[in-house]
Design a protein around this ligand. Structure first.
Ligand code: PSV
Ligand code: MN
Length: 395
């Protein structure tokens, strides 16, 4: 590997941080049931403790995304507890995620519910979430809505759009200059005929109408089969509206598999579009990288470490794209040459440089192996065994 290439990798790794999801450490399942893991976290203390492990071993996960009703069931009253857990474990609260999908009142929607009192209740919950985020010094409030319908003709799509706009605008008035609303989209599940924010275009329209502090969040599992995700990422970058990612991999639907386990080239292509944008514009794209996975079969902490390592690897590979050569090949319509620029970067083995980068920063060169050697898993398995699972999720 050339020194120049190694330098680019080091620079890329220095700039790369990725947020962990609290719910990725607890027992989650499919709609057919859950296979419980004795080591799964059941309390917020345990989730912070597990996140601390991942951060200590990788050095790049300083924040933990929180779901309000799962992690702060007492709302604002739980803020002090979170602050002290963050100090204890050296991991700060990250994005704040309202829960608008479990309460029985949301059966026919939250922001899109035909019943005004339900819409107001949902709005109040998101307002409380913005207040919690402010107290926790969290920048991003991630809005995912399970709203939709299962059968044609059962919902007035345009009315629901308008109700969403009204609530999002009202919510935006609570957001301060430092905060952002990130609007997430998903074309299916739990609703199977229509969802109210089905794709990035709808999320973009809602974010724009909400106000200047709203952006779009791309969850990589929330697309139809074979959708070109890097293209919509490029569009959102061009529009200045890309706020963040929920990373996971999938084969069929929102499978929440570990990143890059099915299609690492796709993640590489997404990172490439971002880094190319940064190279062309000379500015850093203001993007929150977050993981949104639930591991039903793999060990949760191991799976999380695996994903973080994979994200670093693919980000490092993307940093190796030779932009001048690419631009020149594109300009001359030299197709094979242009494509090869991407393939060459993707094929480069960046692992030795990543290992050196870790060692130079006092991190274990192989975080997965270090985790296995640490004894932490055996310890928590013994401590937590016998407890029943608490958390459920649509993740
Ligand atoms: C929904 O599938 C989702 O992607 C949202 O981001 C939720 O916040 C998360 O999963 C956990 O349920
Ligand atoms: Mn998500």
């Amino acid at each position: 590997m050339k020194t120049l290439q190694a330098g680019r990798i080091v620079q890329a790794l220095d700039s790369f941080r990725i947020e962990l999801p609290s719910w990725g450490f607890s027992n989650t399942g499919t709609r057919f049931g859950k296979y419980l893991q004795p080591a799964a976290a059941t309390t917020i203390d345990e989730k912070f403790s597990d996140a601390q492990q991942v951060h200590q071993l990788t050095g790049v996960c300083p924040t933990l995304a929180l779901h309000v009703l799962w992690d702060l069931p007492g709302g604002l009253h739980d803020v002090d507890r979170i602050v002290s857990l963050a100090a204890k474990h050296g991991v700060q609260p990250g994005s704040i995620n309202p829960n608008l999908f479990e309460d029985q009142m949301y059966k026919f929607g939250s922001f899109g519910n035909p019943d005004r009192t339900v819409r107001e209740h949902a709005l109040q919950h998101t307002r409380d979430s913005v207040a919690i985020a402010r107290r926790l010094n969290s920048r991003d409030i991630v809005l995912w809505f399970a709203d939709g319908s299962n059968y044609p003709g059962t919902a007035n799509i345009r009315h629901r759009k308008q109700w969403f706009e009204e609530n999002l605008r009202a919510l935006h008035t609570d957001v301060d200059a430092r905060q952002r609303l990130l609007v997430e989209y998903k074309p299916f599940e739990p609703a199977f005929y229509h969802t109210d924010i089905a794709d990035w275009g709808m999320a973009l329209a809602f974010a724009r109408s909400a106000g200047p502090h709203a952006r779009v969040l791309v969850d990589t599992g929330h697309h139809y089969q074979s959708q070109n995700i890097e293209q919509l990422v490029a569009w959102l970058l061009a529009e200045g509206m890309l706020g963040g990612f929920h990373f996971n991999d999938r084969r069929y639907a929102d499978d929440d598999l570990t990143l890059g386990s099915i299609d690492p080239y796709q993640v590489f292509r997404i990172f490439h579009e971002i880094l190319l944008f940064e190279w062309e514009s000379g500015t850093r794209a203001d993007i929150a990288y977050m993981i949104d996975q639930s591991h039903n079969l793999k060990g949760k902490i191991e799976a999380m470490i695996q994903t973080v390592m994979q994200a670093q690897e693919l980000f490092a590979k993307a940093s190796l794209v030779e932009y001048e050569t690419l631009a020149s090949a594109q300009g001359r319509c030299q197709l094979v040459e242009a494509e090869s620029v991407l393939r060459d970067a993707f094929s480069t083995d960046v692992r030795p440089v990543i290992q050196e980068w870790r060692t130079a920063r006092g991190l274990p060169s192989d975080p997965l192996e270090a985790f296995r050697q640490s004894g932490y898993l055996e310890q928590i398995t013994a401590d937590r065994r016998g407890r029943s699972s608490a958390t459920s999720s649509y993740a």
